[in-house]
Design a protein around this ligand. Structure first.
Ligand code: PLP
Length: 400
């Protein structure tokens, strides 16, 4: 009776959610632990967005909607793509889903079979390989370490593509590294894609509005209009608008993919929550100036965290261009011994040591496919971050 499906057997529970749960447990036990594992902004959903949701409830927007998004939200998303990215879409090219994770899940599961390959640059967002595995397809990783700014090169991409490649995933700015591609870098990747006409590209732009590079944010569909019939541009409300709990993600691209995603969704979740969709309309069409304020606050934290982690013996922390994560390289700590005599053989060991010894919870690089490293989320207050980084510095210094 307890047999589970083969598809489920191919996936693991999310490592970031697991660490966040572990922190919650410790806190409930009264342990003074600092959690730097959660992938969500510490800011609140803006009041005008909350008000729109309340008005939607009062106004009776409490029934089923179109499966893949209300006309109002699709219009707001189309306007967003025009405003921010210079992209033009029709409603039939837009899919609204229950969070960005669901968007990616729908797209992969609707288009991949056993034997298909999906190219994933590492370090990668934890869910990509699992979603691909769930679909029965095979993830193909490209390692992009700190020495190359956590970004893949066109040569690496070209070498990873085979006749079986179905999708290439590009996530800029990246979770976990925060690395973002410049227009020239994306164009060079687009040049490779152009040479492989059987390949689809998913660009996960979830962190578009948390961006500090000295070049502007750009996305592949905008830079390579000739490839638009093979690009699915993914985005959502979770990170930019601090709406992680509302569960609204979306994608725009070829209508055959959007239609397939809607078919899958019609037999699983049906429409995303009607109230959350109304809130998302407000988020996307309302005042956008708070985005810059929040970005500025994140930037101050990034600078502090990068400086403090680089001052920790054995860590080397590149300066990310976006998102709210840093991904320090921990090569300098592997092989060292803790004060209680444990050897740090892997980044998993290091994360356990940080948790036990320093009471700081980060996520091991192993979860993101590029070791030895770890991810720190700086979506928390400056004071807490300073305390956490001091603890990490002391823990690193105590290794022999
Ligand atoms: N893509 C990336 C790179 C992410 O980091 C996340 C969230 O952590 C998502 C997509 C999915 O976001 P959500 O499902 O919360 O909208």
């Amino acid at each position: 009776v307890t047999r589970l499906s083969a598809a489920l057997g191919r996936i693991q529970p999310s490592a970031t959610l697991a660490m966040t749960q572990r922190v919650g447990e410790l806190k409930r036990q009264g342990v003074d632990v600092i959690g730097l594992s959660a992938g969500e902004p510490d800011f609140d959903t803006p009041d005008f967005v909350k008000e729109a949701a309340i008005a939607a409830i009062r106004g009776g927007q409490t029934k089923y909607t179109n499966v893949d998004g209300t006309p109002e939200l699709k219009a707001a998303i189309i306007a967003k793509f025009a405003r921010d990215n210079g992209l033009t879409f029709t409603p039939g090219q837009v899919s609204v889903n229950v969070g960005g994770k669901h968007t990616i899940f729908n797209a992969i599961v609707a288009t991949c079979d056993a034997g298909d390959e999906v190219v994933i640059p590492a370090p990668y967002w934890v869910s990509y390989p699992d979603i691909v595995a769930y679909a029965g397809a095979t993830p193909v990783f490209i390692a992009a370490g700190a020495d190359q700014g956590y970004k893949i090169t066109p040569e690496q991409l070209d070498a990873a593509i085979t006749p079986r490649t179905r999708w290439v995933l590009i996530n800029s700015p990246s979770n976990p590294s925060g690395a973002a591609y410049s227009a020239a870098e994306l164009q060079a990747l687009g040049e490779v894609i152009r040479r492989h006409p059987h390949v689809l590209v998913m660009t996960d732009d979830m962190y578009e509005h948390i961006f500090y590079a000295d070049f502007p944010f750009t996305t592949l569909a905008q830079l390579c209009p000739d490839l638009q019939d093979r690009i699915l541009t993914v985005n959502g409300c979770s990170k930019a608008y601090a709406m992680t709990g509302w569960r609204i993600g979306y994608a725009a691209g070829p209508d055959w993919i959007v239609k397939a995603m809607g078919k899958l969704q019609s037999q699983s979740t049906s429409n995303p929550c009607s109230i959350a969709q109304a809130a998302a309309v407000a988020a996307l069409t309302g005042p956008q100036d708070f985005l810059a304020e929040r970005q500025a606050a994140f930037r101050v934290r990034r600078d502090m965290v990068v400086a403090m982690l680089n001052a920790a013996p054995g860590l080397s922390c590149p300066t990310p261009e976006g998102a709210f994560y840093v991904y320090p390289d921990a090569s300098g700590l592997i092989g060292k011994t803790t004060p209680d005599g444990r050897r740090i053989a892997t980044d998993d060991d290091l994360i356990d040591y940080f948790l036990d010894h320093a009471r700081v919870a980060a996520v091991s690089g192993a979860a993101f496919g590029l070791s030895p490293a770890f991810r720190v989320s700086y979506a928390t207050s400056d004071a807490v971050l300073r305390d956490a980084c001091t603890r990490i510095q002391e823990a690193c210094a105590a290794l022999r």
